[in-house]
Design a protein around this ligand. Sequence first.
Ligand code: SAM
Length: 193
Amino acid sequence: MDIYTALIHHPVLDKRGATVTTAVTNLDIHDLARASRSYGVRGYYVVTPIAQQRSLVSRIAAHWRQGQGRQFNPVRAEAFETVRVASSLAAAIDDIAQETGQRPITVATGAAIDTGHISYEALRQRLLTEEGACLVTFGTGWGLTSDAMEAMTLRLPGVHAVDGRDGYNHLSVRSAVAIILDRLLGARAPAPR
Ligand code: SAM
């Protein structure tokens, strides 16, 4: 499958559980672009309904793709080739459908997902063996809204430590993206001979 990632800035939750729109942060653009490129993700969508924020992301991407950023760091330019903007999740889905000829399966992530999910291994097998496209979505703020999650095709279980070492589960989205992409698309060390 063609894999895509999306960082959702609306609709997401705030600490009181209200649905809000969060601001795009430069660190999330860079780090998720680098993680996405490292795992062969075809496109990384920064999703925000705020037009000024989309044009900010486009300016940052242009700087690193062909501006002074490229001269300064061509490796980062390659990561920025994955960066795209979309006004909504639906717009990102339409973009992918246009590019691949079919609508992607959509996957929700979140620390608190512990029911109704597909295992990482099962999704990994689908990604590595099936045709089509898959869009793995990540939230900001206090996470994706339940409505947003319910509208998605699949859900992945929350990442957490083994029993006895868990209890604090507040990964940054940057850490969560790297962990989840590695579980889905990371090379597995060959079994010891
Ligand atoms: N803890 C909240 C959550 O995960 O929903 C806060 C959101 S966190 C700042 C932003 C995003 O990172 C989440 O929407 C999710 O996509 C991802 N994330 C954070 N911790 C995660 C975990 N333990 N398991 C899976 N995804 C996680």
